[in-house]
Design a protein around this ligand. Structure first.
Ligand code: SF4
Length: 449
């Protein structure tokens, strides 16, 4: 059971020294209990207390790292069943499978697509996350792993084999880019436990069914293996869907350790058609799959899955924001218009898109409104004339343009007078209420004389 704030407080020095950047030990304890700060932030907690609190408050689904640097993929770390309970921590990884006996040209083409298909959406770069290399017998797993690193250097790697020596050689070929080594079963538990210790890699565990999986992970835990990704063996959409739910509920609600690991699923083994695989993947993505493996990657199948990732794994308690700054759109100069809006990502991308479409190069000032939209931010006191004036004065926009005209969103018309008082050197112009009307507005715009 996770410790409460009061229980954690009992293990703190209670000196309220503030060195953790939180004024009191009680407030610190509450934040640790809520998972908002780490117990290590207090320099005065004993090692024993750190271990007790760390173990009790660890997420029920263990966090697993695969790969390193640009190729790092993080799975698990989940603490809840529903996103609205808190948030989902790490998005489902999209993986493409290649096999050691696969036609070389086909492998190259898949790796090129895994590397090249990158889609930007509201400022987020979305791409395939992992490459699974399957030992088809007789092929060279290590050579194929090297090829993945060479051709798709930002992809984390899963090596799949029954042969522990091949996996070991493959892991060595990956160097610091530690792969997930998949294939532990009830029959080879001891070999995989030794492999995990030798390589420091996470282990993929495959059960014949849920019971068999639990028995196997139990043995691996007893052997000291900590980092695992689990596969219940289900190869039907219904079976995998139900197993994912059972595993998540058991881990989160009952703190059942043998299932407290991220899950890997294989739509590539449930359908013969890539579009059907994508459909199955979308169901499993929506219900707790940490990794979904597909037989191929094509723009039209991965795009909807990426959008689904974006929908499910954004934090519902934190609006998506862009940095407060001056954004040049379309190569503006000293005579270009200056517009201002809030830093809610969607607003930024819609407004900048309309400016770009207008072909009128402009300066776009983005004011930090904590991710609130224009009207909400104004109503919340985060987009008032005084705050806007302060931002305009410190932004440096006055050095970039010769004129002194600021175009504000139409919804802020009521603060025009107040803003003119705050920014005495500037003319305040009311822009359109809707971004869609910006192109026509900008085409007509001339600096106020
Ligand atoms: S650093 Fe430790 S002792 Fe000091 S206030 Fe924070 S929790 Fe309390």
């Amino acid at each position: 059971m996770a410790l409460t704030g009061i229980q954690i407080l009992g293990m703190l020095p209670k000196t309220n020294c503030g060195e953790c950047n939180i004024p009191t030990c009680l407030a610190f304890a509450m934040k640790v209990a809520a998972g908002q700060t780490e117990i290590e932030t207090c320099p005065y907690v004993s090692d024993e207390a750190k271990e007790t609190i760390g173990a009790a408050n660890a997420p029920p689904i263990r966090t697993i790292k695969i790969g390193a640097g640009d190729a790092e993929f993080i799975a698990g770390g989940e603490t809840c069943l529903y996103r609205h309970d808190k948030r989902f921590e790490n998005q489902t990884g999209l993986a493409v499978m290649i096999a050691t006996d696969e036609d070389a040209a086909e492998v190259d083409a898949k790796l090129k697509r895994a590397n090249d298909i990158v889609i930007e959406r509201v400022g987020v770069m979305m791409c395939n996350n992992l490459v699974a290399v399957k030992d088809a017998g007789g092929g060279d797993l290590a050579a194929m792993a090297k090829k993945v690193i060479e051709m798709a250097p930002k992809q984390a790697i899963i090596l799949m084999s029954d042969n522990v020596e091949s996996l070991k050689a493959g892991a060595e070929a990956c160097g610091d880019n530690k792969p997930l080594l998949y294939g532990a079963t009830a029959d080879n538990v001891d070999d995989f436990a030794a492999l995990a210790k030798d390589t420091g890699c996470a282990i993929g565990v495959k059960g014949k069914n849920m019971d068999d999986l639990v028995e196997t992970t139990d043995k691996l835990i007893a052997a000291g293996v900590k980092d695992m990704v689990i596969d219940t063996g289900a190869r039907t959409i219904r079976g995998a869907y139900e197993d994912n739910i059972v595993a998540r509920r058991a881990a989160v609600k009952d703190r059942f350790k043998p299932l407290g690991f991220p899950t890997i699923t294989f739509p590539c083994e449930m359908a013969d058609d890539l579009m059907m695989e994508a459909m199955i993947g979308s169901v499993l993505l929506a219900r707790y799959a940490a990794i979904t493996v597909f037989s191929d990657i094509q723009g039209e199948t991965i795009f909807p899955l990426m959008l689904e990732q974006l929908n499910i794994f954004t934090d519902p308690q934190r609006p998506m924001v862009v940095e407060e700054d001056i954004y040049p759109v379309g190569g503006p100069d000293e005579n270009s218009p200056v517009l201002m809006t809030c830093n809610f990502s969607l607003t930024y991308f819609i407004v900048s898109g309309e400016i770009e479409g207008s072909k009128v190069p402009s300066w776009l000032l983005i004011k930090d409104t904590e991710g609130l939209s224009v009207l909400t931010a104004w109503a919340a006191g985060k987009f008032g004339a005084d705050l806007i004036a302060m931002f305009v004065n410190k932004s440096g926009i006055a050095d970039k343009v010769k004129h002194r005209e600021l175009i504000i969103p139409g919804y802020l018309a009521t603060i025009q007078g107040e803003l003119e008082e705050e920014l005495a050197d500037w003319t305040i112009t009311i822009g359109p209420r809707e971004a869609g009307h910006l192109p026509a507005f900008l085409k007509e715009w001339k600096p106020a004389s």
